[in-house]
Ligand binder design. Structure first.
Ligand code: ADP
Ligand code: MG
Length: 417
C-alpha cells in the first residue's frame, strides 16, 4: 500500500500547521485503513494521526559520525501511527507488523522501563515518550496506539526511524505542542540511541522528516543542516536485501568507529571530515596501514558526496551513477565493510541495462544493495538476478522497486475521510 506521492503532496502543501483535509478530497487510502484498524483495536476514534517514510542511503558510507555529509532519499513506503489520549495514565500499544504482540504500560508518567522479548518493538514509541521529556517537551498522559504500514522491518529501509518520527508527530499533536523539524529528527534519534540502544547517526530520522517527492536530502551531520536536492529526471531505485548480517556486526561497527577516531587523533583533527585529501596525502605516514585505509575511504567518500550533490544539481544521472560505483569500491577495498553477497550483486547489476550505479547501502557487513536505475531497467532483469543469486549463493534475495516520496507529515484526524 505505497503512499500515493500525489496525495501526500496534497497533504504537505497545506503548510506547517496540522493539515486538515477537506472531506471531499478525502484521505489517502492508507490513512483510512489505519483509522479503520484503530477503531477495531480500540473501539474509539484516534485523536492524532501521522505518516513517516523509510529511506535509502544514497551515498555517504560511514561519513556521518566522521562529521561529513551524507545524502539519503525518502521512499514511497512508510509507517502510519494513530493515537488517542487516555485519562488513566496507561499506554496500550499495538502493531499490525510484529505478530500482534500488544504491550500495556500501566503508568506512562512514571520512569519508563524497557520492554523485552516480543514486546521490545514498543521501545521505539516508548523511547520517543522518554525523549520528549529529555528535551523538555511534555509526554502524553496516557494513550492508545496503533502502528501499521508497508515498510519491511529490518530490511535496511529504516522502519525504526519511520516509527519513531510518526510516533513523535502523533505525541506532539496529542499534547498540542510543536517543535522544529530538526528537533523532530533529534527526538527520533534520541529514542533510538538512548532507549532502544542503537547508536545511529541522524541520517535515518533526518531523511524521514525532510524527504520530498522527487528529491534526495543532503545532510550536513556536523551543523545539522538539511537540504532537498532534486533527483535527475526519470531515475528510480531498486533495493536488494540479502537478509544477511555478519554475526559480529556490532563489534565491527565499534571497531570502525574506533579506527576512524584514532586516525583523526593522529592527524591532529577532531573528526576525519576536517582532513582534506591533500592533507591526508601529506600526513598519512603518521597512520597505521589500517587507519590509512579507513581515513582514505572517509575522506574520499566525503568528496564523492559533494560530487554527487553537484551531479544532481546539474541533472547528471550518469555521473551520479558512477559515483555510487566508486563509493562501493571504496567501502569494499578501504573500509572493508562489504561482503561476498553485496559484491556479487553490485558486479551483476553493473552489467545490466538501465542500471546507472549500485552500491552497498547502510552499515554494511551484510544487509542491502541499492541500484540507481533509469526507465530502461526491466523488472524481469531484477527477477533473473534474484534467481541467479539463489542459485549461486543459496539465499533469498528480496527486491523492491522504490521511488523518492514525501517526508513525514501529521494528518488531522478531525477532518474525516
Ligand atoms: P530497519 O530500521 O532497517 O527496518 P531496525 O532493526 O533498525 O531495522 O528496526 C526494526 C525494528 O523496529 C523492528 O524489529 C521493530 O522492533 C521496530 N519497528 C519498526 N517498525 C515497526 C512497526 N510498524 N511495528 C512494530 N515495530 C516496528
Ligand atoms: Mg533502523
Amino acid at each position: 500500500m505505497g503512499i500515493g506521492t500525489h496525495t501526500l503532496m496534497q497533504i504537505q502543501s497545506r503548510g506547517k500547521s496540522v493539515p486538515s483535509l477537506p472531506a471531499s478530497r478525502g484521505w489517502p487510502a492508507e490513512a483510512v485503513a489505519v483509522v479503520a484498524r484503530f477503531r477495531v483495536a480500540f473501539r474509539r476514534e484516534p485523536d492524532a494521526l501521522a505518516y513517516a517514510p523509510g529511506r535509502i542511503e544514497l551515498i555517504g558510507n560511514h561519513t556521518d559520525y566522521n562529521g561529513g555529509p551524507v545524502i539519503g532519499v525518502a521512499i514511497d513506503r512508510g509507517t502510519w501511527v494513530a493515537v488517542a489520549a487516555r485519562e488513566d495514565g496507561r499506554a496500550c500499544l499495538s502493531s499490525t507488523q510484529t505478530g500482534a504482540v500488544a504491550v500495556e504500560v500501566p503508568a506512562i508518567g512514571a520512569k519508563l522501563r524497557r520492554q523485552t522479548g516480543g514486546r521490545a518493538w514498543a521501545n521505539y514509541p516508548l523511547g520517543v515518550v522518554d525523549a520528549l521529556e529529555a528535551f523538555d517537551l511534555r509526554g502524553p498522559p496516557g494513550f492508545d496506539y496503533l502502528v501499521t504500514g508497508d515498510l519491511p522491518l529490518g530490511s535496511g529501509l529504516s522502519s525504526s526511524a519511520a516509527i519513531e518520527v510518526a510516533s513523535a508527530l502523533c505525541f506532539l499533536q496529542l499534547t498540542r505542542q510543536r517543535c522544529s523539524r530538526v528537533r523532530l529528527a533529534q527526538l527520533g534519534q534520541r529514542a533510538e540511541n538512548h532507549f532502544v540502544g542503537v547508536p545511529c547517526g541522524i541520517l535515518d530520522q533526518g531523511v524521514s522528516v525532510f524527504g520530498r517527492a522527487g528529491h534526495a536530502v543532503w545532510i550536513d551531520c556536523t551543523r545539522l543542516k538539511f537540504q532537498p536536492l532534486r533527483l535527475p529526471a526519470g531515475v528510480q531505485f531498486r533495493v536488494f536485501n540479502t537478509h544477511t548480517r555478519h554475526a559480529l556486526v556490532d563489534g565491527l561497527y565499534a571497531q570502525r568507529h574506533r579506527e576512524c577516531r584514532q586516525a583523526a587523533e593522529r592527524l591532529g583533527v577532531r573528526v576525519l571530515a576536517d582532513v582534506t585529501p591533500a592533507a591526508l596525502d601529506r600526513h598519512e605516514h603518521r597512520l597505521t596501514a589500517v587507519q590509512r585505509a579507513r581515513a582514505r575511504h572517509v575522506v574520499s567518500e566525503i568528496a564523492r558526496v559533494q560530487a554527487a550533490a553537484k551531479a544532481m544539481r546539474a541533472g547528471d544521472a550518469r555521473s551520479l551513477g558512477r559515483l555510487l560505483l566508486q563509493s562501493h569500491a571504496s567501502s569494499r577495498d578501504l573500509f572493508e565493510n562489504s561482503t561476498a553477497e553485496l559484491d556479487f550483486l553490485v558486479e551483476k547489476l553493473t552489467a545490466l541495462p538501465g542500471v546507472l550505479g549500485a552500491r552497498l547501502t547502510g552499515g554494511g557487513f551484510g544487509g542491502a544493495v541499492m541500484a540507481l536505475t533509469d526507465s530502461s531497467f526491466s523488472p524481469d532483469a531484477a527477477a533473473r538476478l534474484q534467481r541467479e543469486y539463489a542459485a549461486r549463493l543459496g539465499g533469498r534475495l528480496e527486491s523492491m522497486a522504490l521511488a523518492a516520496g514525501g517526508g513525514a507529515t501529521p494528518v488531522n484526524p478531525g477532518a474525516k475521510a
